[in-house]
Design a protein. Sequence first.
Length: 298
Amino acid sequence: ATLEDAQAAAATGQIALAHGWASALAAQGLMAAQILLTLDDLEDRRRYLNASATLARLLALGVVPIINENDSVATEEIRFGDNDRLAARVAQAAGAQAVVLLSDVDGLYDRQPTDPAAKLIARVDAITPAIAGLAGGSGSGMGTGGMAAKVAAARIATAAGITLAIASGRCDHPLARLAQGGPATIFTADAAPRARKAWIGGGLTARGEVRIDAGAATALASGKSLLPAGAKAVSGTFSRGDLIVIIGPDGRPLARGLSEYDAADAARITGRRSDEVAAILGHTPRACLVHRNHMALL
């Protein structure tokens, strides 16, 4: 089949798939939402912010996002090619603490799982060349991924401070089985700060500054996002998604983060309460100036 055939099939099947998820979750008293993504959506910083904000709001509302690759519009150059790496990237955007990948085996083995002498590797603290070599190529009969893709996903997740587990999905209640200590391979998260936080807090060139009051500084220190009400002044020329420095009341930098607004709109809503922002901007506003998920304290 050609890529066009796969795209047409995806467009047709997506309706049935979404309906299946919605029905299954409704039976458990849960509401489903559908999000279709391509690699570009998580590589472009503004679209990354959009996806991250949508995921955060859905989870806050108690809605279960069902996420899949947008195969009907993706091209071979920008396709994830497997849902394992997509899961790891989405976990970054959602600020998740863990990822679970369900496979047709219990996890990563020290040799082919069909070998009677094969032993499950229960824990991986570092993805060495030897560990990557055990994954081999694509062995699954479904999808384009395999154990190699799952180990690649583990590399993405753990570098971002997210633990990843590979377990079997060929059993009843696989997540409960995993939670109860069932067989799996656990890739432990790096002890270093999350890669994105390190990236934000590191040597990037900031495009502007936002000065904040003492109340906002206290809120940031406790892990909160920066709201417009806590801002006192905005300087610089920046667009939504650009890096800005957050300056405390004593004039010292407190944090760096990705702005949810461009400089002009940020200046218009500085010091304003959240319920005033919509009227000032003339459209539905973002929830904050800088979200805590896209902020690194200094």
